[in-house]
Every structure is written in C-alpha cells, then in structure tokens.
Design a protein around this ligand. Structure first.
Ligand code: MRU
Ligand code: ZN
Length: 246
C-alpha cells in the first residue's frame, strides 16, 4: 500500500507544509487527483511538477499519483542543478525515488521559463500519435485550425496574447524511448525546432504540456486533450484537421 512518510524538521519538511491550498505541495496532489479522474495519470503514469521561483516541486516515481500526499513531494533548487546525473534535492521523502519525468519537467522550466509542467498518458494523445505514424520520424507534427478551443493557447514563448480561431496550432511529436529520462534530448530538440510550442507529444506514450503558471498549464493541457479527442473523432468521420475557412 502506498504510504506517506511523515518528515522531520531536518529534512526540510517546512518546504512542503502549508495551509494554503495554492502551495505547490498541496496543489500537485490535488491536480493529480483531478487528472486521474480524466484518465491522464492512471496506473502511476504521468504527473505534474510546479516551479515557484527557484524551487521545483515534484512527485515520487511509481506511486499512485491520485493518492499522493504533500509529505511525498520532492523539492529541488533549479539554479543548483549543475550535473543532471547528480541531482541535489532540498527535500527527499524516505523510501521513495523522484519521478522519472524530472529531467523533462526541468527542461520546461529552464528552456521555457514554465511555472508548471503536466505529463499525461491520455489515450487521446496516444491515439493522435498513432494517427501520425505515417509521417517521417522526427518530422512529425499535429496541426489543427479553425476550432474555437485553439484560443486556449498562448501565442508562444515570451509572446503576449492567445492564439486566434483561425491560427494553426502545431504540436511536435517525438519518438518514445524505453526510459523516460532518455526522452529529454529529443524533447529539448523539439522545443528548439518549435520555440512557440507549449507541448510535445510522445509517440505511443502521451504528452508533456507546460505554461507560465499553473492556471495556464492546466488550461492548455485541457484544451489540448479536447482537441486530441476531437481530432480522433474528426478522422473517424473523414473530416480534415486543417481547413481554409477565412
Ligand atoms: C505506467 S509507468 C509510466 C512511467 O514509466 C512514466 O512514463 C511516467 O509517466 C511516470 O513516471 P514516474 O517516475 O512514476 O513519475
Ligand atoms: Zn510517462
């Protein structure tokens, strides 16, 4: 059975103890409970990380994400991470390991200044990557336009405002790897190739979505899941994802 380990003062327990619902250590378990009910983080897959200034909060690996408690949350200082192979944690709950998604979350924080990164194993995301399998590897792109929900996305990195109804939303797809951490290089390459994207799909696996704030990351993750589901249904009906309505 998954258990929460009560921390002591010397393991920086104060970093995750707060009565504020908006505190990252309270918000991550609450968000994961919501995401579990959407089928995004079932069977321990997926997760969420939040950055508050230089502090990064993240979940343990291999735990049932919807049953997590604030006591289970890891904390690290972003600016102190010199060697990705020797990650230094301000707070490490005993008997647990940090999420395997950690280097991918960190890529969103360092390369895109994100405040929150959400990883889902949504079946809609996986289905979209399967529908795109005929495109060349590493040049795969999900594209959709002329759908109202596209307005749920920001224009891009360091840009003001949201995408418009007629804009085309583009989400790159990277190939899956046997170990989550080995996705980091291709996720970073996709960020470089598509600097304005707020998400990267992982073939036969799921999606990473981020935003400047928790609110924006959640809005974009929900908008994307809506669009992925819609895209799968459109394909079944023989409807194109891109149209030239002016
Ligand atoms: C169902 S196992 C899924 C994991 O391998 C991974 O893809 C994942 O998303 C969660 O990794 P975790 O280390 O448990 O946070
Ligand atoms: Zn995953």
């Amino acid at each position: 059975m998954q258990s929460s380990m009560a921390g002591s003062e010397d393991d920086n327990h104060h970093l995750i103890r707060s009565d504020d619902r908006q505190h990252p250590a309270n918000l991550i378990p609450e968000l994961c409970r919501k995401f579990w009910s959407l089928g995004w983080v079932t069977g321990t897959g997926g997760g969420t990380s939040i950055r508050d200034d230089d502090l990064v909060y993240l979940a343990p690996s291999g735990v049932q994400k919807e049953l997590m408690k604030s006591e289970d949350i890891y904390v690290l200082e972003l600016s102190k991470q010199v060697d990705p192979k020797k990650r230094v944690y301000l707070r490490s709950p005993p008997s647990l390991k940090p999420s395997q998604c950690t280097p991918l979350f960190i890529a969103a924080f360092t390369k895109r200044g994100a405040g929150c990164c959400i990883h889902t194993h949504s079946q809609w995301a996986v289905l979209v990557t399967l529908l795109l399998e005929n495109q060349p590897a590493n040049k795969t792109l999900f594209e959709i336009n002329n759908i109202e929900q596209i307005k749920g996305f920001g224009k891009g990195y360091q840009k003001q405002g949201a995408l418009g109804y007629h804009d085309t939303l583009r989400i790159p797809v990277i190939e899956n790897t046997p170990f989550e951490e080995d996705l980091t290089e291709s996720l970073e390459a996709a960020m470089d190739m598509y600097p304005d994207t707020y998400a990267v799909l992982v073939r036969r696996h799921g999606v990473y979505v981020w935003g400047e704030t928790v609110h924006k990351a959640k809005t974009q993750a929900e908008s994307l899941d809506y669009l992925f589901q819609l895209a799968v249904e459109m394909r079944k009906l023989g409807l194109p994802w891109l149209s030239d309505i002016a």
